[in-house]
Design a protein around this ligand. Structure first.
Ligand SMILES: [Zn+2]
Ligand SMILES: [Zn+2]
Length: 402
């Protein structure tokens, strides 16, 4: 007989202990339904090398295979959805950053400079301007990519699953909803994804969104339009980029009703929370091992870090819909992780995982307690939380079957 304690048997125990107390536990969370991958070869010698090796979202840092392995082995999840941005969510910032990156590469390449501007060094501002013109096309291919980037990741997911990756990897997308209510990729309507996270990123079209993000009525209408798309499964981070006062003024009754009618889950996005845990709580220089003052700081910050449900005004209005089955998805919107080291070289992808230490788990306990309070106040039970569903149940939800 084998009495070995496996990570999943420990998770079962933790789940059971919490259920006896009528609470939910971090191990009820069976997988992330919003995550980004990314990666580029280390120290590329040319923009072409970037173009050839670039994967995932421009803002992602972890290669697909590494992220999947981490969620399988370390987090012992049952599934993970890869939801790359359909197009860059902040194209202005991407264009600027990648221009500077490629400029740096080319200005150091005396052979290329000799060939293209007739001298081995760009000495005057006019030379630099000429180099900028010459790199423009490559910059745009990387910064403002199109469907080809999405298709590549779908192919990579299929390959990874065919190679025997044990956890289910959902082929998802974070599709940008434009001011007119359409998506910026035709791949959604073609049914290329198992999961569509519909997202409003005002930076995609700052002029087009300027009025909408100031007007609760117009923003509500757009959210509803997004949820009415037959392919939308999760409405991601409602209120992202808006003033908190405007978010509270949205018509949450209309949003909840549209979500229920269209079988869409409302996302509780934990990107800010995870960043705070990585950058603040886990800062051992700021809080040495014996210092526990971070605990109270985290507790005080939680209402700010956990959107929608932390607002009494919003949660109060959503409460009755939770009793009627309104769904939420609690996602990390992961772009990078404190616990994953990785780099891509010409020979392949290297990676190492760091153990999640005691402080991380204490932080998780604090977060767990806070969530349980919110759940109790708002009548949220396990059935309302998509990430507690099994793979089959999640698939059924995505299919919107009656
Ligand atoms: Zn987003
Ligand atoms: Zn995202």
């Amino acid at each position: 007989m084998n009495f070995e304690e496996t990570p999943s048997s420990r998770a079962d125990d933790r789940r059971q202990q919490s259920e006896e107390k009528g609470e939910l536990n971090v191990s009820h969370w069976r997988g992330d339904l919003h995550a980004h991958t990314g990666g580029t070869i280390e120290n590329p010698a040319t923009p072409d090398e970037v173009l050839e090796t670039r994967r995932g979202s421009n803002c992602g840092h972890i290669p697909l295979e590494v992220l999947a392995r981490y969620h399988d082995k370390e987090m012992v999840n049952e599934y993970l959805a890869i939801t790359e941005h359909s197009r860059d969510a902040s194209p202005g910032i991407a264009l600027e950053g990648i221009t500077n990156w490629f400029l740096g590469i080319r200005l150091q390449d005396s052979v290329w400079l000799e060939e293209n501007i007739g001298k081995p060094k760009a000495e005057i501002p006019e030379d630099v301007d000429r180099v900028k013109e010459l790199i423009q096309d490559d910059v745009e291919l990387v910064a403002t990519y199109g469907d080809e980037r999405l298709q590549t990741i779908l192919n990579d997911i299929e390959q990874l699953s065919a190679d025997g990756m044990p956890i289910k990897i959902f082929k998802g997308v974070e599709a940008n909803l434009l001011p007119d209510g359409s998506f910026d990729t035709g791949m959604v309507d073609k049914g290329k994804f198992e999961l569509v996270n519909c997202a409003i990123h005002p930076n995609v079209d700052p002029d087009g969104f300027a009025e909408i993000i100031q007007d609760p009525e117009q923003y509500t209408d757009l959210v509803v339009k997004g949820m009415q798309h037959p392919q939308t499964n999760i409405m991601a981070h409602i209120g992202y980029g808006l003033e908190p006062a405007i978010v509270e003024q949205l018509d949450w009754d209309e949003i909840a009703q549209a979500a229920q009618e269209n079988k869409v889950a409302i996302e509780i996005n934990l990107k800010e929370l995870m960043m705070f845990i990585y950058d603040e709580v886990m800062d051992y220089e700021k809080y040495p091992k014996t210092d526990t003052s971070w605990r109270d700081y985290l507790k005080d910050k939680l209402p700010e870090l956990i959107p929608i449900l932390s607002s009494e005004a919003i949660a109060g209005r959503l409460k009755k819909y939770f009793s009627q089955g309104l769904m939420i998805a609690i996602n990390t919107d992961e772009h990078k992780s404190k616990f994953i080291d990785t780099k891509t070289t010409k020979d392949g992808v290297l990676s190492g995982f760091k153990e999640r230490d005691k402080r991380f788990w204490i932080a998780m306990k604090i977060v767990e307690r806070y969530f349980n309070q919110l759940f109790e106040q708002t009548n949220i039970s396990q059935e309302n939380i998509l990430n507690t569903y099994s793979v089959e149940q999640v698939e059924e939800f995505f299919q919107k079957a009656a």
